[in-house]
Each structure stands twice: as structure tokens, then as C-alpha cells.
Write a protein that binds this ligand. Structure first.
Ligand code: ADP
Ligand code: ADP
Length: 228
């Protein structure tokens, strides 16, 4: 499903962010990526949707070897990987509906399919009644739910979230976690970088700890393992 073999990443400025990563993640797993700031968590995550390319090593996503993929095939890869950010990255002038529909329009879905899919996904995240609102009219938690809806509207096999609750209060964060658990229960792989000790230690999942560009711990139903 997701395989990394001897993956290294050195950025243009000479900083080595990943120092030989080996990992297998199966379809349907829920994985937390934890570790100190600067450890390489974001780089690890950005490799999976090919926001960055490895300097060395092999990355296979859903049977596609990213090191030999042609540039024009990257949009097809990205259909299978939904991405969620700490700061939501919604388009501010578009409505909730349009923010989500946009993800489908760029892959040339029919109008009827777009409408059905957008309304279904808004129902899943509990925002059907806010379809016409713009992001500024929503709370942070609601904006994050829109960004989740946008990430999953294509039914990707993998959802990647880089500190999705980093800007949210604890209560709102639990609501986001419930949505992730629901998506995961439908068979979607979830990979979530987080600094939330409370979430990791409460909602027990596989924990991968990254330090200095290396995986130093990989545990089934693991602990956060750092001070909050
Ligand atoms: P984390 O997400 O765990 O904080 P990152 O993957 O963001 O770690 O960063 C790992 C290391 O790579 C850090 O030293 C960081 O400064 C560096 N880094 C991250 N992104 C870039 C970039 N685009 N250009 C240069 N260095 C980067
Ligand atoms: P239901 O089928 O459950 O009655 P609707 O299809 O009427 O729900 O839509 C629910 C919300 O989504 C309404 O606020 C509606 O105006 C809005 N909506 C539906 N389609 C669009 C669209 N194409 N553009 C913007 N808003 C839309």
C-alpha cells in the first residue's frame, strides 16, 4: 500500500530531513506520526503525496513507484491521496459547497455526480446546512471539517493529515477525530502527524516516532511518548 525503502531527503539548502526511512503501511491502517519539531514528520508526509521527491530510495504508493512516475501522472496519484493541513487551506472567496466541488471539477466529474458527492460528504462531516457559507463565516472546527470533506470527496484510498488539530481547541479536536475514525472504518488509510499527546494516548492506533530523520519507534496501539 505505502512502502518506503531506504528513503533519504536532503533539501536544496543541504539540510537532511530524512536519513534512511523504511516502512510498510497497509490499506486501512490508522497511523500517527509523532516526534519533536524538525524531526522530519512533515517531510515524511509530503513524500507520500509527492509534494517533495526523495533524494534517494524507493516509495511505492498503491503499486505505483513514485520514482519512475511521469509528471503528467501525478494528478492521478493525487486522486488516491487526500490531504488535510493544520491551517485548512480553503479558498476564501468560494462557498463551502464550491470549495469541495472544485476538487471534483478539476478531474472532470459530471455536474450530477459532483452535486451528489458534495452533498454526501457534507452530510458525513455534519455541515450540510452550511453549504452556502464562505470559510470566514465558519468556526475553525467547521473549516477543518470542510477541508476534510474536500480531501475525501474523491474517495481516496489514503488520507494524510499534517497536524489537523493543531489550531483547534480540545473539544473541537475530538470531533475531528471522530470523523477520521469514521473515514478509517470505511477502509481508508489515515496517516496523521500530531503533537497531541492526549489524542494519541486516548484513541490508540499505530504510532511511528521520527527523530532526526529516522524512525525510532513503530508500535501497534502505541503511546505518544513525549511530554505534551
Ligand atoms: P517536522 O515536521 O517534524 O517539524 P520537517 O520535515 O518539517 O520536520 O523538517 C525536517 C528538517 O528539514 C528541519 O530541519 C527543517 O528545517 C528542514 N526542512 C523542512 N522543509 C524544508 C525545505 N522546504 N527546505 C529546506 N529545509 C527544510
Ligand atoms: P437536500 O437535498 O438535503 O434538501 P440540498 O440539495 O437542497 O439538500 O442542498 C443543501 C444545501 O446545499 C442548501 O443550502 C443548498 O442551497 C446548497 N447547495 C446545493 N447545491 C448547491 C450548489 N450547486 N451551489 C451552492 N450551494 C448549493
Amino acid at each position: 500500500m505505502i512502502k518506503m525503502k531506504d528513503v533519504y531527503k536532503t533539501y536544496g539548502n543541504g539540510v537532511t530531513a530524512l536519513n534512511g526511512i523504511n516502512i510498510n503501511i497497509d490499506q486501512g491502517e490508522f497511523v500517527y506520526v509523532v516526534g519533536p519539531s524538525g524531526a522530519g514528520k512533515s517531510t515524511f508526509i509530503r513524500l507520500i503525496y509527492r509534494e517533495v521527491k526523495p533524494t534517494e530510495g524507493t516509495i511505492v504508493i498503491n503499486d505505483t513507484d513514485l520514482s519512475i512516475i511521469k509528471e503528467k501522472k501525478v494528478p492521478f496519484l493525487r486522486r488516491d491521496v487526500g490531504v488535510i493541513f493544520q491551517d485548512f487551506k480553503l479558498l476564501p472567496k468560494l462557498s463551502v459547497y464550491e470549495n469541495i466541488a472544485f476538487a471534483l471539477e478539476v478531474i472532470e466529474e459530471s455536474p450530477r455526480n459532483i452535486r451528489k458527492r458534495v452533498m454526501d460528504v457534507l452530510e458525513l462531516v455534519g455541515l450540510k446546512n452550511k453549504a452556502r457559507f464562505i470559510p470566514d463565516e465558519l468556526s475553525g472546527g467547521e473549516q477543518q471539517r470542510v477541508s476534510i470533506a474536500r480531501a475525501i470527496v474523491n474517495h481516496p484510498k489514503i488520507v494524510i493529515a499534517d497536524e489537523p488539530t493543531g489550531n483547534l481547541d480540545p473539544e473541537t479536536s475530538w470531533g475531528i477525530m471522530r470523523i477520521f475514525e469514521e473515514i478509517n472504518a470505511r477502509g481508508t488509510t489515515i496517516i496523521m502527524a500530531t503533537h497531541s499527546k492526549e489524542i494519541v494516548n486516548t484513541v490508540k492506533k499505530r504510532v511511528i516516532a521520527v527523530e532526526d530523520g529516522l524512525i525510532v519507534r513503530d508500535e501497534h496501539r502505541g503511546e505518544y511518548g513525549y511530554e505534551a
